[in-house]
Design a binder for this molecule. Sequence first.
Ligand code: HEM
Ligand SMILES: *[C@@H]1O[C@H](CO)[C@@H](O)[C@H](O)[C@H]1NC(C)=O
Length: 535
Amino acid sequence: MLLYDFLTQLPSMSTISKGVSTLSSTIVGYIVPAVLSWLFIYATYQIFLHPLHRYPGPLAAKLTDAYSGFYAFQRRLHLKTWQNQRAYGTVVRQGPNKLVFSTIKAIQDIYKNDRTTKPEAYIALGPALTVAATLTARDRHVHRYKRQLVGQALSERFMRIFEPTMINQVDLFITYLLQSAKESIPVNITERSKYLSFNLAGLLGFGYDFGMQTSEENKFMPMMLEAGEYWSNIFFQWPNTRKFRLGLVFVQVLRQTRGKYLALVEKMITSRTKQEKDAQQDLYSILAGSLDTGAGGLRQSELWAEANLFLPGAGDTTKTALSSIFFYLSRNPDCYEKLAHEIRSTFKDGSEIRGPALAGCHYLRACIDEALRMSPPAPGILWRDLHPGNDDLPFIVDGHVIPRGTTVGVNIYSIHHNEEYFPDPFSFHPERWLDDSATPERKKIMREAFIPFSLGPRGCAGKAMAYLEVSLVVAKTLWYFDFGRAPGGLGEIGAGAPGMGHGRERQGEFQLFDTFTASHDGPYLAFRSRDGLFS
Ligand code: HEM
Ligand SMILES: *[C@@H]1O[C@H](CO)[C@@H](O)[C@H](O)[C@H]1NC(C)=O
């Protein structure tokens, strides 16, 4: 019966086919031509009439931000930008309204400039936050207020207070290496650096120990952030994807882990807010009296926003700095020898490795800078536009008058490999930073083109911590161990290879996968403890 009703209610075949043919003639007759003419007009406008039409760049980029979205999806926008810059010159139109520059003059004009700020697209970097954090704030006054607070917790002075906590964590890293040395098991440095860096971020931020170096429970956390940043970077590069609410796809795919992650951040914050403000010397002790900490619900608060960007800001960057310096030391035996000599002759005991004596290790500093140059932990373009409500003065970047509504930036990876500033850019050559034969002008130019931490009012607030962390880890490791590439295939992980293509052919280069910060793998290293240091 039911089937009968159903069948009789269906329109007859002839009615359907009549409908289909009217529909298809409408499509062919009106819609297709309308869409084609619109596309034609749009493309003509973008290519010949748009205010940026004179700027060179790939055709697809002139038409749509999907161009950047595509390379962000493939995690190689930094490599593509470097290639574009070689093909088109020092300024490239890399999106309908985007210009990427690669000169030191442009760095000054864009970043050392109070008139610029971060574009709206930066909200993509926060996980559905309702308020701005230091890293994402667009409004100048809001930013200045937050930055001054965060700056206190990350100052050189504060680092001296934090150093003992940091040393405890670095010693756990060393303990792990010792165990691996005893058992002759190669170590995946990306993995260990992640645990160390995120653990330190939790401790410095909220006096909270994630225990990632010693237990399994919270190890999902860096993985979750990595996935989050990958997606966010696609939205960041291709802001329209946000309008289509593609973020929801991400939320769905990672629903469980994301929930677990947010619960962990909440636990970190609440276990701290239960304590007295001054119970610990951490970022919270400074923010507590000044930021809104959750009258309207914790997850709507300024404190929540700050915590959610502080963890990746501090953890996801230093893990890359650590992994890359170990990679380059394991492949450049001369540098390894020089550095080992500096560390082993400066200190008399592993426990002395800290403070001013450590900061005075010049070759170490040169190795860190060279690793940050070759493999910058934030390898991409930090987009900027004019602060809203600005004056009517023209905005000039490297001699170009920038039309309103244009976002501009310098790609960090690309400028770090500009031969004009860094001869032989793909060789790890720490000596370039120390070279006494270089003229002062040459050195000044190199310093100005070196921007792993960006610069100006929005430059990295955590530089002192980053240098301290990397210096401690590398110096202590070289004090207690000798190390080298793991034998066989494991030892190749992290390097480029001829078959990898797309700018990933160089075997001496640590491979970064650009996600605003960077993903990477390896290096796998074999450690041997130095005689008599462990008894
Ligand atoms: C080698 C390690 C690091 C690198 C390469 C690095 C790089 C950067 C860069 C390029 C920016 C500018 C981002 C932008 O314009 O969107 C930045 C901002 C920032 N970084 Fe770092 N960072 C590192 C480590 C850290 C650490 C350890 C912390 C905290 C403990 C930290 C905290 C911040 C904060 C709070 C900002 C926002 C500054 C502002 O907008 O006022 N960073 N960092
Ligand atoms: C090394 O560790 C990273 C981070 O945990 C991981 O993604 C990667 O797969 C590991 N490498 C190998 C070869 O297992």
